[in-house]
Design a protein around this ligand. Structure first.
Ligand code: SIN
Ligand code: FE2
Length: 219
């Protein structure tokens, strides 16, 4: 399965494989590349039905990353807090369904990292532009931490920060490029993570944007 996926990749000479960044955390270099031709049109459809928006934190700050969701549950933040919900508060309608190619990619990446049977019900879509950052946080609004997080990078490169279980722990700086996937679960499920401010290094397909898809089992 893995060999087949990788041999389809357009630039098969890039470093590939499973880099461990923790006992239950891995970077899968280029893992999403064979899916990109299908991912981008599917992403467009999601975006048509649930537009990107800048959410406000409970503390009243506007996030620099623009977000939307697909899947049964969507993650939102407002003055009342962080939570998952079935409806897009902007439209009052359910979030767009998770495209089949999103789910297949998430499942395959989780399995590659040793998490069989991953069934995400939420996909948070983050859009970064030059200067956008995401400060260190834990993904902890999900009901059950038994499932991993699967995070797919598309477009401009970024530096991912992968910290420890305490906010003050030193964070590793991990360069992520178009098609890279990070999976963290098990003992690493609650590791702090974030993204450094992006430089403007336009990407051939996505221009001055980086898109991140994070898949979770939220409900
Ligand atoms: C996130 O933590 O939700 C996104 C991480 C990333 O953009 O790589
Ligand atoms: Fe996160």
């Amino acid at each position: 399965m893995t060999l087949d996926l990788f041999s389809d990749a357009p630039d098969a000479d890039l470093p590939r494989g499973r880099e461990a960044i923790g006992p239950g955390a891995f970077v899968l270099r280029g893992f999403a590349l064979p899916f990109v031709d299908e991912l981008l049109p599917a992403l467009n459809e999601v975006e048509q039905r649930a537009a990107f928006r800048h959410l406000v934190t409970p503390g009243g700050l506007t996030m620099s990353v623009a977000m939307t969701n697909c899947g049964r549950l969507g993650w939102i933040s407002d003055r009342r807090g962080y939570r998952y919900g079935e409806l897009d508060p902007e439209t009052g309608r359910p979030w767009p369904p998770m495209p089949a190619v999103f789910e297949h990619l998430a499942q395959a990446a989780a399995a590659e990292a040793g998490y069989e049977g991953f069934a995400p019900d939420a996909c948070l879509v983050n859009r970064y532009e030059p200067g956008t950052r995401l400060s260190l946080h834990q993904d902890k609004d999900e009901r059950d931490y038994g499932a991993p997080i699967v995070s797919v990078s598309l477009g401009m490169p970024a530096t991912f920060l992968f910290g420890g279980l305490a906010r003050g722990d030193k964070a590793a700086r991990i360069p992520l490029g178009h098609g890279d996937v990070v999976v963290w679960g098990g003992p690493d499920r609650l590791r702090y993570h974030g993204v450094l401010p992006l430089a403007d290094r336009p990407h051939a397909l996505l221009g001055s944007r980086r898109i991140n898809l994070t898949f979770r089992k939220a409900g």
